[in-house]
Ligand binder design. Structure first.
Ligand SMILES: Cc1cc2nc3c(=O)[nH]c(=O)nc-3n(C[C@H](O)[C@H](O)[C@H](O)COP(=O)(O)OP(=O)(O)OC[C@H]3O[C@@H](n4cnc5c(N)ncnc54)[C@H](O)[C@@H]3O)c2cc1C
Length: 531
């Protein structure tokens, strides 16, 4: 496929953009435009597999360094009626950065000043372009933590977290990014700078802007609540008989006022994936013992013995093989196999903080889980998780290489409807895709479910996309039917935009009014967030 030639609009805008920033901070080259033509929305990756290199290339990419430059770019976009797509690191999985109508992609990664760390109020102020891992490292070396560890920490920015209401792996203790924000600075669609720190009640005003997914303006800076780095961490695995029993144990822990940092309950199938149980056949040697300890290894063995390992091996191979073309049959077969050889679900719990408090909290948490029927597996499963905490999401590309597609859906609901949500989504997706789930963000009032699904990608033109859309339609229809939110932390972007009215109903008027007030020329990120 030929690279996209510069557009007339891009060529016309480039000189003005260069005079605002610098000659080397504006690009209209085909390679840069292609690099910014997609994010990590799996549907876009289907196009890539089919040879479609540039789904939505912008006319130009620009890298501002100061808030004044951002304002000048917005003024130019208003004058020339050109859309702007704010851009962090492109790790979004909902198509939120696609330049649907061309225009400017404004990448803020060069905005990366650490403005201030205030140890007295335990706050830190960072520019929005900071990559998560670097930001956390800056805090760590001063003895602090933000407590925000999304699996994409190495490839996502502070601005992207704020835009999509991101959640890290320790959200059950530290909250989501919106819980950590004390104030934000945003250049809106009128080219005005809104700094909520100037308002007496700025913390609450900031909440109106967080989650706007680039539709109201560009986040340029934020003041965040930080914490002392934890002195101690206690990780423990438990075997629970069923998903419902595990959820009940977590609910009891959270509602008792305990705040574990890590809470991860895997359903029967996801337990296999989480433990990395080996796919064995008669021809393969027995797997090496698990490095994390005898209790874990015993449990893996107990999980099915030799017969079980072979059956489970077959399941794992089927997931990326032809069986994905028959998801309904595959889902039933897996349920039957797990019913015969499976031994329940894995629950990983981790408590951290001040040494003495963490020890007391860990004891209380672990006792509560045992009282709810959990069997202690020792620290092994938790240490295994910690060692591989950023691995799993990056394995999805193998599924695409094997002629299939995979995706994840993170929805959330109150405790009373959690099992309904789990069952309803599984039943709705089962005819279309292979499905499993884990529960990894728990709160006193409810919990999120992280579904993973995979299906074969037919090679006929457009068929893979049609199947992909059918899976998502089924999943989101099922989730909204039990009153769940369609996004716990990935955001809405393009992929879930059509479902915004089903979730928000009349409240959509609030979002529309905010859009009209802050982006009256409709410059920012058209087509996203259902606006
Ligand atoms: C492997 C993998 C694992 C992931 N794990 C997690 C996880 O654990 N938790 C989680 O929350 N998410 C996760 N995600 C999703 C993704 O990392 C988050 O949505 C993240 O917040 C996006 O940040 P980004 O900087 O890459 O934003 P981008 O992808 O560049 O943009 C995302 C959206 O935010 C807008 N935006 C970006 N920067 C700004 C800004 N400065 N001002 C205004 N709007 C802006 C964009 O216009 C777009 O709508 C994962 C993604 C991948 C690929």
């Amino acid at each position: 496929m030929p690279l996209p030639a510069p557009t007339t609009r891009g060529e016309a805008l480039a000189p003005a953009l260069r005079s605002i920033t610098a000659p080397d901070r504006v690009s209209i080259t085909p390679t840069d435009r292609l690099a910014y033509a997609r994010d990590l929305w799996p549907r876009g990756l289907l196009g890539l597999e089919a040879g479609d290199l540039g789904a939505h290339p912008p006319d130009a990419v620009v890298w501002p360094e100061t808030v004044e430059e951002v304002q000048a770019i917005v003024r130019l976009a208003i004058a020339e009626r050109v859309p702007i797509v704010p851009y962090g690191a492109g790790s979004g999985v909902c198509g939120g950065t696609l330049a649907l109508r061309g225009g400017l992609v404004v990448d803020v990664k060069r905005m990366r000043r650490l403005v201030e760390i205030d140890p007295a109020s335990l706050t830190a102020t960072f520019d929005a372009g900071w990559i998560g891992e670097h930001l956390e490292h800056e805090l760590e070396r001063r003895g602090f933590t933000l407590g925000h560890f999304p699996s994409s920490i190495m490839c996502s920015t502070l601005g992207g977290w704020l835009a999509a209401r991101s959640a890290g792996q320790c959200s059950s203790r530290y909250g989501k990014i919106e819980d950590m924000v004390r104030s934000v600075e945003l250049v809106d669609g009128r080219a005005e700078v809104i700094d909520t720190a100037r308002e007496p009640d700025g913390e609450h005003l900031a909440q109106l802007l967080v989650g706007s997914e680039g539709t109201l303006g560009i986040f340029t800076r934020a003041r965040l609540q930080i914490r002392p780095a934890p002195e101690a961490r206690h990780l423990r695995g438990f075997a629970v008989p069923r998903v419902a029993a595990g959820c009940e144990a977590i609910r009891r822990v959270m509602q008792r006022g305990l705040r574990p940092a890590v809470v991860r309950l895997y359903d029967e199938l996801d337990t296999l994936m989480a433990l990395g149980i080996h796919a064995t056949s008669d021809a393969e040697p027995p797997p090496a013992p698990a490095p994390e300890g005898a209790a874990l290894d015993r449990w893996i063995d107990e999980f099915g013995g030799r017969e079980g390992r072979r059956a489970l091996g077959a399941i794992r191979r089927a997931v990326v093989g032809a069986a994905l073309s028959h998801p309904r049959v595959l889902n039933r077969a897996v349920d039957a196999v797990l019913g015969r050889v499976g031994r329940g679900c894995l629950l990983v719990i981790g408590v951290e903080g001040d040494a003495r408090l963490a020890e007391a909290e860990a004891n209380a948490t672990f006792r509560e889980i045992e009282a709810a029927g959990g069997r202690d597996l020792g620290p092994g499963p938790g240490e295994h998780w910690l060692r591989h905490r950023y691995d799993v999401s990056f394995k999805l590309s193998r599924v695409f290489e094997a002629g299939a597609f995979g995706d994840t859906m993170e929805v959330a609901v109150s405790w009373d409807r959690l099992m309904d949500l789990y069952r309803t989504v599984r039943e709705a997706v089962a005819p279309h895709a292979f499905i499993m789930a884990h529960f990894s963000h728990a709160y006193p009032d409810g919990c999120s479910i992280y579904f993973t699904f995979a299906a074969a990608a037919p090679t006929e033109p457009g068929e893979a996309e049609r199947r992909y859309d059918a899976v998502w339609r089924a999943a989101l229809t099922a989730a909204t039917s039990v009153g769940a939110t369609i996004s716990h932390h990935h955001g809405v972007g393009l992929s879930k935009a059509a479902f915004m009215p089903s979730e928000h109903g009349e409240s959509m008027a609030i979002l529309r009014a905010l859009k009209e007030a802050l982006d009256p020329h409709h410059v920012f990120n058209p087509g996203k967030l259902g606006l």
